[in-house]
Design a protein around this ligand. Structure first.
Ligand code: SAM
Ligand code: SF4
Length: 344
């Protein structure tokens, strides 16, 4: 047996690897299929064959941050900015519930357009529909996180993006790695199901640094890990960078599944932007969640983080049908519950 196969076997059995072992897996290409198959077995054994659907509402593209990689960054003057009213957001959530979603993800740029009272009102109204609520609205104070939680929010997504402090601080002007970690720690302490993740293929990022990212997810004992390739956007300072590949992102995801066997892992949209079957391949390599877009009308096109975003011309009804048939097509089934993490 080669060293690589031994490392894959060890990960499948113990769910534990050293940074060096992870980096070796990421360097190797010969045994990729074995890695993906092992991640698929671990997924099946620990979270089963159900796929959880989360309806994504991109409710505002206004952002006060300037993350170098993101199309929504404040200094990108080419974006036509929008913000949906609380009434519209609640209407989209109601429709998502009618399409059969059990969870909605409310995502936006980081902004102060919505007051705390607006957020509490929206969360309360959506919660009353019987939906689980995931928020993804960036860095806030502990008091704000606590108020959202009390209003009924269940989960929070905040990617660490990279655990390499130097890269983190270069790409996030005016932001600090410490505060990012503080946010994640606060969210955990407040009882949220916490999701984090990273971008794969950032400038200067090494395979060792990606290994550190995976170990960070494990140390923090997060409940969800969403990761995908960094895709360069022409209207950002990283326009001329190469970006991440589908294959490396898939490998980081598969290793994450081996090390965190019972967490929820989405097959991300960015993966499908680089490979037309990206989400289904991800579902067969460790993922168990998909987040179809339930934002209506023209807004999808205006929430452009990177070029090649999928499904921008589709309706929520179309996306629901399309994703269900793809999931059934690979022999899996759409979950009927809210899909909280069941810790093993
Ligand atoms: N503003 C919130 C935040 O930053 O947490 C939520 C929205 S933000 C657009 C959601 C995620 O989009 C980020 O965590 C980032 O990883 C991802 N993203 C932004 N620009 C991207 C790019 N060029 N390629 C791939 N993913 C990107
Ligand atoms: Fe704003 Fe989030 Fe994009 Fe950063 S990643 S610019 S915080 S929307």
């Amino acid at each position: 047996m080669t060293d690589i196969v031994e490392i894959i076997n060890k990960a499948e059995i113990t769910h534990s690897l050293t940074k060096m072992e992870i980096a070796l897996l990421l360097t190797d290409h010969e045994w990729d299929q074995q890695l993906f198959m092992a991640a698929d077995r671990v997924r099946n054994k620990n979270v089963g064959d159900q796929v959880h659907l989360r309806g994504l509402i991109e409710f505002s593209n206004i952002c006060q941050r300037n993350c170098y990689y993101c199309g929504l960054r404040k200094d990108n003057g080419k974006v036509e900015r929008y913000w949906l009213t609380p009434a519209t957001i609640i209407e989209f959530a109601t429709k998502a519930q009618e399409y059969g979603y059990k969870t909605v993800v409310l995502q936006s740029g980081e902004n102060d357009v919505y007051t705390l009272a607006d957020m509490q009102y929206m969360i309360g109204q959506i919660k009353a529909l019987g939906l689980a609520i995931t928020l993804s609205v960036g860095e806030k104070t502990r008091d704000e996180y606590e108020a959202y939680k009390k209003a009924g929010a269940d989960r929070y997504l905040l990617r660490i993006e990279t655990t390499d402090r130097k890269i983190y601080e270069k790409l996030h002007p005016g932001m600090s790695f410490e505060n990012r970690v503080r946010c994640l720690t606060d969210l955990k302490e407040l009882g949220y199901e916490v999701g984090t993740g990273c971008l794969v293929g950032l400038p200067e990022q090494t395979l060792e640094s990606l290994a550190e990212d995976i170990l960070f997810f494990k140390t923090l004992d997060v409940d969800m890990v969403g990761l995908g390739p960094f895709i360069p956007n022409d209207d950002t300072p990283l326009a001329s960078e190469r970006g991440g590949t589908f294959m490396l992102s898939l490998k980081v995801m598969a290793i994450t599944r081996l090390l965190l066997p019972d967490v929820n892992i989405p097959a991300t949209t960015a993966m499908e932007a680089l490979n037309k079957d990206g989400r289904m391949i991800a579902l067969q390599s460790g993922a168990n969640v998909v987040m179809p877009n339930v934002t209506e009308g023209e807004y999808r096109k205006l929430y452009l983080l990177y070029p090649g975003k999928i499904c921008t011309g589709d309706t929520p009804a179309h996306c629901r049908g399309c994703i269900t048939s793809k999931i059934v097509g690979i022999g899996r089934r759409v979950a009927t519950g809210c899909g909280y993490r069941v810790k093993k």
